[in-house]
Design a binder for this molecule. Sequence first.
Ligand code: CTP
Length: 436
Amino acid sequence: MSLTGPIFETLRRSSAGAALLEITESLADVHVVGGTVRDSLLGLTPREIDLVVEGQIDELVEGLAARFSGSVTYHDRFGTATVEVDQERVDVAQARTELYRTPGDLPEVNQLSGVSIDDDLLRRDFTINAIAVQLSQPGRGTLRAASNGYEDLVARQLRVLHDDSFRDDPTRLLRLARYVTRLGFEPEPHTRSLVKEAVGQEVMRKVSAARIGAELRLLLAESDPLSGLDCLDRLGLLEDIASAAAGSKTDPQSLVELAWDRQRAKDALSLLPVDGDKAALLVAICLVVAARNSDVSTDLDTLRTWLDGLEFPTRQREAIVSAVIDGPLLADRLAEAQCPSEIASLLSGKAVEAVCIAGALRSQDRARRWLAELRHVKLEITGDDLVAAGIEPGPGLGKRLSIALARKLDGELRGGRAVELAFALNVRDIQGDDDP
Ligand code: CTP
């Protein structure tokens, strides 16, 4: 097979790719580029198809949308467009150069007309992303790459295209961690020294908290987020992430700290049920580990402000907050619980992420048991059954149900609905008007 054979195989496998191969028989200057080429050459399935056109994108976008029946979204800022159907996505961009006027800000599109694919490749983050394959005829299959691009892919290493790359766009440090995690690639020695220099100059502090948050969430969504966090820790980036959107350095109350403990994080993750939030749990464990290692105690408002700055959605923010606040408290209380009903009454209504933190800190077996088993235990009867049997609605009725549930949790109420109903109707220690 030719060098570029895997890219055409990837395209033929998808409906969007097949449509693209037909259209580009008669359209000039279209190239497939970036992650699509990188992943295809590595034998991986790319997440989307990235295209660059040397010239206007409209004909390609409209042709593709018509042939592939996809919906089109134009993104004005960079003059790019996305065509989507179901799970398939094609990103189309005009070849461009970019100018970073202020380090850390998004770049300005400096030039569009007359920019070649070779120029476009040079604006990119790493050489492994600066490889393109021509789709249009004549010359379909021609491979173009920034210097060392193909060689670096084969050698499985990350190399920036120029020495100012991390200063221009410090989020590339987080992208680097993501590629280390996902692809198992390592930075080559010169890039490694540029990383060190950039981290030493605290370049990440020039980036908006929102962009840092977006990159952090992408890293945590990788299939092995633990090695992503290993990498952030190794590179010294956790401190910069903690400083994003945090308050004044002179007020310890307004500081946020993150620290890494792989074993604790692994223990916490091993407890996380499918309805839990992996990213929230990992952020929470870094906050909890830091709080245990230092005297700094972040107040609740500071924590929420920090998470809002990083643009965590409200649900995720609250899962993190409750894991940080409740997790360590629950760890100790859980260790003292005597029976399943006590475990359940301690943990009832708590975020699963908080329980995972408690388990990772101390009470692993109890946390595991509640998450896997006890939180799912329910009575087969409801309040309506008791009302139908003549019990007055009110607090006493709820108490009957909770006493019955506690008995069931402790294994003392077996036999199903009839047994539960008989027990709940005969509960003796109810204070109230409806005592039997
Ligand atoms: N890019 C960059 N600097 C950034 C973000 C993106 O240079 N901060 C470039 C990269 O070269 C990348 C391209 O823009 O190849 C498209 O970005 P993106 O879609 O995020 O990456 P993909 O190549 O699709 O790779 P991934 O699988 O990581 O999404």
